[in-house]
Design a protein around this ligand. Structure first.
Ligand SMILES: [Zn+2]
Length: 99
């Protein structure tokens, strides 16, 4: 029996492999023997998340209205920016105004 381990596995992939894990590309999960699954989960839970750059993880689509952030060739936003909270500037301002 194997158990699928997902989450922030990239920083600890070598350790998971050492536990007998195999990468399942279809599931996008590590398949780990179930007697090692707890160890693997602990590795993933404690893995550093700084590996991917923070800017790449910023939301680019508003979760309120679906507006997608656009940037010009120089990287400046065109129109509404998407804020860290996952909403665009307009939705943020509407919420702040209490509409
Ligand atoms: Zn919006």
């Amino acid at each position: 029996m194997t158990v699928a381990i997902t989450g922030n596995t990239y920083p600890v992939k070598d350790q998971i492999k050492a536990l007998g894990g195999r990468w399942d590309a279809d599931r996008k999960a590590w398949m780990v023997p179930d007697d090692r699954a707890d160890e693997a989960r602990k590795l993933v839970a404690g893995s550093p998340s700084k590996f991917s750059c923070d800017a790449g993880r910023r939301p680019t689509k508003c979760r309120m209205c679906g507006h997608v952030e656009r940037r010009n060739a120089r990287g400046y936003p065109i129109g509404d920016r998407i804020l860290r909270s996952g909403e665009c500037q307009s939705c943020y301002e509407e919420r702040k105004m209490g509409y």
